[in-house]
Design a protein around this ligand. Structure first.
Ligand code: FE2
Length: 369
């Protein structure tokens, strides 16, 4: 199986992985042969990359850290929970609303425990979470992805279980304030006006105000909503907090949040590949983000996801075939073209055992067509 961008898909290509919509329903099942009509439909759903099966990539399996069924269930829990909690404000927190909220919080806690046990049972670098999903309801999938990335990062930090669970809840709820921002602004293609941006920024305080009134929610969880846009050097919002004035949960969340946002396809820009998302974090390491968190996060994700086509510094082209757990930036590569760009019988090389070899061009399938 390998990953290619949709604009390079031709009819007749076989899907290597099912494609789901935001509600977890299958849009196209694994094994489907793509037609021009289906490709057009996927473009309409804003899907930018797909996994395909072909001869060159035969036997390359993509490890999914969180099974699709659990992701679907989690997105549903988050959708329902955020809607309930956001409704609380409007309904002025009546008893029924509070009870519903209590149930929503318990569902969040339960689903997060399932996510946590998936991550602890199968320790692996997280494969890109944002690739094959349609994204009409960005806030819900984003909240799930951030909770998965934050959970992995919290495990790398060695946080105690109680703190990981609190952070997980905070991650699922961090953008609840966006439920009060008009969708026209949230999904506006193109730049926001200064006024609109000011309005979007209020989601941190709006979220905090609603969460702190719910007695089942510990205060540090509410602070995840308030502080996740604060930056280490004081350049963030809403308060411009610096360094240790920022809660540790928010420091972890900001890294997870920025990584998922940059590697997700948005109406105003296409998704970045993970190595670019990591570059973005490194650009802010020690200034916007705590450098320790950026370093630890690098170990959490597959910088070059399996199935990605890459060109090496010696000119050979191959497909990322396997992670190296101890060197996530140096995976195994299945070479399919030699230095002269001629097709060869595929063979594997291990970058972690060949220090002179580096990935030079990522997403090199552009070069193959
Ligand atoms: Fe946010």
């Amino acid at each position: 199986m390998r990953l290619i961008t949709l604009d390079r898909c031709e009819s007749g290509i076989k899907l290597g992985q099912s494609i789901y919509n935001q509600n977890g329903q299958i849009l196209l099942a694994k094994g489907t042969e793509l037609t021009d009509g289906l490709i057009e439909r996927l473009i309409k759903f804003n899907i930018s990359t797909v996994y395909i099966e072909d001869e060159a990539s035969e036997g390359i399996e993509i490890i999914e850290s969180i099974p699709a069924e659990l992701r679907t269930e989690a997105v549903n829990v988050i959708t329902e929970g955020l809607t309930t909690i956001a409704g609380l404000q409007k309904n002025n927190a009546n008893i029924e609303g509070m009870m519903k909220t209590g149930r929503a919080i318990r569902s969040f806690q339960k689903i997060f425990k399932d996510i946590l046990s998936c991550l602890t049972d199968n320790p692996t670098a997280l494969n890109l979470l944002a690739t094959t999903k349609a994204h009409d309801n960005y806030v819900y999938t984003h909240s799930l992805n951030v909770s998965i990335y934050a959970c992995q990062l919290a495990l790398e930090n060695g946080l105690p279980l109680k703190n990981i669970e609190e952070l997980g809840l905070g991650a699922m709820l961090h953008d609840v304030g966006k439920m009060y921002i008009s969708p026209e602004i949230l999904h506006k293609p193109g730049n926001l006006t200064a006024e609109e941006y000011k309005h979007v920024k209020t989601h941190t305080e709006l979220g905090f105000d609603i969460l702190r009134k719910v007695h089942e929610i510990p205060l540090p969880v509410s602070h995840c909503a308030l502080q996740h846009h604060e930056r280490n050097d004081g350049s963030g919002y809403p308060r411009g907090l610096k360094g240790n004035e920022i809660h540790n949960y928010a420091k972890i969340l900001s890294v997870a949040d920025v990584f998922d946002a940059s590697t997700s396809h948005r109406v105003y820009r296409p998704a970045m590949l993970p190595h670019k998302g990591i570059e973005l974090l490194y650009a802010g390491s020690g200034t916007k983000f705590e450098s320790k968190q950026v370093e630890l996060f690098k170990n959490c994700i597959a910088i070059y996801p399996q199935g990605l086509t890459v060109r090496l510094n010696d000119g050979r082209t191959g497909i990322v075939s396997k992670y190296n757990f101890n060197a996530v930036g140096r995976p195994e590569i299945r070479i399919i073209r030699n230095e002269d760009d001629q097709e060869v019988k595929p063979y594997e090389i291990d970058l972690s055992a060949n220090e002179n070899l580096t990935v030079e061009i990522v997403d090199a399938d552009a070069l193959l067509y």
